[in-house]
Design a protein around this ligand. Structure first.
Ligand SMILES: [Zn+2]
Length: 281
């Protein structure tokens, strides 16, 4: 990456390849470039992983790809946010397809993958076990290819249950690759355990309008922090309610710097070196 300097921010988790940008993707990427924002396009199933790779190849030095299988795609009844402008389809998980896709040099991580207990009812043990199995296969692929793991982990409301189940898996000595807890929403107690397990953490626009993560944002060591948009979802203030895009990450980084009591530029430098280190870019 020699065409820009530490003055940029890398959006560690975006979905710029999603249909939400089909009409103006080039404009959105150009707006990000103009704002000094590069991005990782995160795959959620085969089609979106392939699209991420295509987009990364077309935008070297500005877009990188991940390939993975989101736990919600194991359930037939789950639908994407309407901002994605398409309905989710269930898909049979196939590690062979992911392994092939992951060989492309533009692929910098495996995921998003993980455990999502937010939308499932109590004791749906069958679904939890399937999520765990599909996550483990992707963690093994990440270890095999020596790429970091982009983890989607969402507990049931008001609990840390999915993080508690994640912890023994990622704490295993089998997985020495960096682990990124994307869109992090854990309590301070579970955060301490995940920090000890060597996790990296990304925060998105939610920290600009909700205060319940302030303590956790302050607690995590600065060398474990990344920033993300998760666009098209959850735009930060003052864009809340609109379609999110990578350029808006500036608002989230400003808020993060304010919460930690450090300057925007100092935080930006740290995020830049953390992101490059984790993704080897
Ligand atoms: Zn995502």
């Amino acid at each position: 990456m020699d065409n820009h300097t530490a003055s940029i921010i890398i959006d560690a988790h975006s979905h710029v390849q999603f249909p939400a940008y089909d009409n103006d993707r080039e404009t959105v990427i150009n707006q990000a470039k103009a704002a000094g924002v590069a991005m990782v396009a995160v795959g959620t199933q085969v089609e979106t992983s392939e699209a991420a790779v295509r987009l990364a190849k077309a935008n070297p030095g500005w877009v990188w790809a991940t390939v993975g299988f989101h736990p919600n795609h194991l359930s037939e009844d789950w639908h994407h946010d309407k901002k994605e402008q398409s309905q989710s389809v269930a898909e049979v998980f196939n590690i062979g397809i992911l392994r092939n896709l992951a060989k492309d040099p533009s692929v910098v991580a495996i995921g998003e993958c993980g455990l999502d207990y937010f939308r499932i009812m109590n004791n749906e043990l069958g679904i939890k076990n399937r999520q765990r199995d599909v996550f483990l296969q992707q963690a093994q692929l990440a270890q095999e290819l020596q790429k970091p793991l982009m983890i989607h982990c969402r507990p049931a409301k008001g609990t840390d249950d999915a993080y508690e189940d994640l912890l023994p898996i990622i704490h295993s000595s089998k997985f020495t690759i960096p682990k990124i807890a994307h869109f992090y929403v854990g309590s301070l107690a579970i955060t301490k355990k995940l920090v000890a397990a060597g996790c990296y953490f990304t925060f998105g626009g939610v920290i600009t309008f909700a205060s319940e993560y302030d303590e956790v944002v302050r607690y995590i060591p600065v060398d474990r922090l990344l920033a993300e948009t998760d666009c098209p979802y959850v735009a930060p203030l003052p864009y809340r309610g609109r379609r999110n895009e990578p350029a808006y990450i500036l608002e989230t980084v400003k808020k993060m710097a304010q919460l930690r009591g450090i300057s925007f530029d100092t935080l930006k430098q740290s995020l830049y070196s953390n992101t490059r280190k984790v993704f080897k870019i």
